[in-house]
Ligand binder design. Structure first.
Ligand code: ADP
Ligand code: ZN
Length: 520
């Protein structure tokens, strides 16, 4: 029988293990259960692939990444590993062929979509073969509090009851302490050994800027910092993906769109170009990226706010897998907060609570004046005392200022509109009132006669938007309707009464040259 290091060298062609791999592999090879928390790019796959090759029988890998199974199997086949998969996208013939190979003991690894395990015939099939281990990939999918819950994962707890002697290894790249605990209890892995690697990705530079003119800001970021380099640009909607991809191409930058609205062939072709061509940018919704293994992604840019810190961490984690410097760049603005607060009002009570917690954590990361990395790691339960020196807040510490009076002005405008006029308006109108602008809409509603009209000329339009964004982020203002109408919250009253101070972060000034460069 080969030892793990021999398999690493002979089959995978690598010289040595990465941090943590050897211990995990030896533990599983000897029949132990494991729960592995390791960041993206850390090398989780080998942690179950090598034990599956060393132990007798077939390693069964449960993975939600159905779209990637073919690629994973092809890559393993190219290395001489006998692998197959079963999922719902398959033709009957193909499935039969894989099942026959499994029964004949001709497979080293079998990838399964989780829903396959709810089908009796799959369980009967597995019962007839010899299983070396169960690997549960993307194990955070079992957590209902996480960001990517898949009900099919709940059934995985039964594996242990049916096959008590088969070792299980669950793996994830994103888990807060709460998610970690939930994975452990839901999968019955309390007795398993837990391997928790550092989630720090020191080569990734984190930067979060306020969004004024997203296209222009993106273009400037790409041209000044990553010309000709490969990267991913994430947008929230399919239509903005298409628009941004066109915009980049129009500006002479090689980019392709990727989202679920494109047909499968186009998606596959764009993914292949991203993987194979140098310096290609993919503009995508979050449908893109899970399991994509491209080492030289030099940046991940977000043009819209991710829904959660877990999502942000996972998406940005696709940059710099090769260990070389990479940038995680996010532009976020008032509209993001408005939109997310609105999305967070959908669904049932539990869903709403979860969304709000996720959003608040994400906003806190955006608005912090402290080191982003310290905050990110803290979110995942990993303390780090020193600021990192490789994030925007470390490199140019943002000033904070006493925004109590500014906050009071915004809040009292909202209050007066509600009390005196029984009206609700969005941020734009509130700011116009504070600046004393006699726009058509101001005159139409007679807002020039409000006592707050024109009381806010000490700040610019952009600065007022920044104030409103931060008040929303801090829960001192809320969005009520689809139109972004602002309303007060319980906490607003304390500020209005002068019982609560408001600290605000001064947004970085726009570079001077941006002003003449035309609206992008
Ligand atoms: P994860 O699933 O944790 O994101 P992967 O298993 O996809 O990471 O591994 C990331 C990359 O690192 C892959 O290209 C993989 O081949 C490579 N890799 C993993 N372990 C080693 C190793 N010991 N030596 C060299 N490269 C490795
Ligand atoms: Zn830092």
């Amino acid at each position: 029988m080969d030892t793990p290091i021999e398999v690493l060298r002979r089959v995978f062609g690598y010289d040595s293990f990465r941090a943590g791999q050897q211990e995990i592999i030896e533990h599983v090879v000897s029949g132990g259960d494991a729960l592995v928390l390791m960041p993206t790019g850390g090398g989780k796959s080998l942690c179950y692939q090598i034990p599956a090759l060393v132990r007798p029988g077939v390693g069964v890998v449960v993975s939600p990444l159905i779209a990637l199974m073919q690629d994973q199997v092809d890559a393993l086949t190219a290395l001489g590993v006998r692998a197959g998969f079963l999922n719902s996208t398959q033709e009957f013939d193909e499935r039969q062929r894989v099942e026959a190979a499994f029964l004949a003991g001709e497979l080293d690894l079998l990838y399964l979509a989780p829903e396959r395990l709810r089908v009796d015939s799959t369980l009967r099939l597995l019962a007839k073969g010899e299983i070396s281990l169960f690997a549960i990939d993307e194990a955070h999918c079992v957590s209902s509090w996480g960001h990517d819950f898949r009900p099919d994962y709940l059934a995985l707890s039964e594996l242990h009851e049916r096959w008590p002697e088969v070792p299980r290894i669950a793996l994830t790249a994103t888990a807060t302490p709460a998610t970690h605990a939930e994975i452990s209890s839901r999968l019955g892995l309390e007795q398993a050994r837990h391997f928790v690697a550092s989630f720090d990705r020191p080569n990734i530079h984190y930067r979060i800027s306020s969004k004024n003119e997203p296209k222009r800001q993106l273009l400037e970021f790409l041209r000044t910092e990553h010309p000709g380099e490969a990267g991913i640009v994430y947008c929230l909607s399919r239509s903005s993906v298409d628009k941004i991809a066109d915009f980049l191409v129009d500006n002479g930058i090689a980019a392709v769109p990727y989202h679920a609205g494109l047909d499968a062939r186009t998606r596959a072709a764009h993914q292949a170009r991203f993987l194979r061509e140098d310096g290609m940018i993919v503009v995508a919704t979050i449908a893109f990226g899970m399991g994509i293994d491209k080492p030289d992604v030099r940046f991940v840019a977000h043009l819209d706010l991710p829904k959660s810190v877990e999502g942000y961490y996972q998406e940005t984690g696709r940059a710099g897998r090769d260990g070389l410097p990479a940038t995680a760049w996010l532009a976020y603005g008032l509209q993001d907060v408005v939109q997310h607060r609105r999305l967070a009002m959908e669904g049932d009570e539990a869903h709403r609570r979860r969304q709000v917690l996720h959003l608040d954590a994400m906003l806190a990361l955006c608005e912090t004046v402290a080191c982003r990395r310290v905050m990110l790691l803290d979110y995942f339960g990993q303390q780090r005392s020193e600021p990192c020196g490789n994030c925007d807040t470390c490199q140019s510490p943002p000033e904070s200022w006493d925004g109590t009076v500014a906050a009071q002005k915004v809040l009292s405008t909202v209050l007066r509109l509600a009390r005196e006029r029984r009206q609700k308006f969005g941020v734009g109108q509130i700011v116009d009132i504070l600046l004393g602008k006699k726009t058509a809409k101001v005159l139409q509603f007679g807002h020039e006669s409000l006592t707050v009209f024109g009381v806010g000329t000490e700040l610019t339009n952009t600065e007022w938007h920044g104030v409103a964004r931060q008040l929303l982020a801090q829960g001192l203002l809320a969005v009520e309707s689809d139109y972004g109408a602002l309303v007060l919250t319980d906490a607003s009253a304390d500020v209005l009464r002068g019982e609560r101070q408001v600290r605000l972060r001064r947004d970085a000034q726009r570079p001077a040259r941006a002003k003449s460069s035309g609206g992008a």
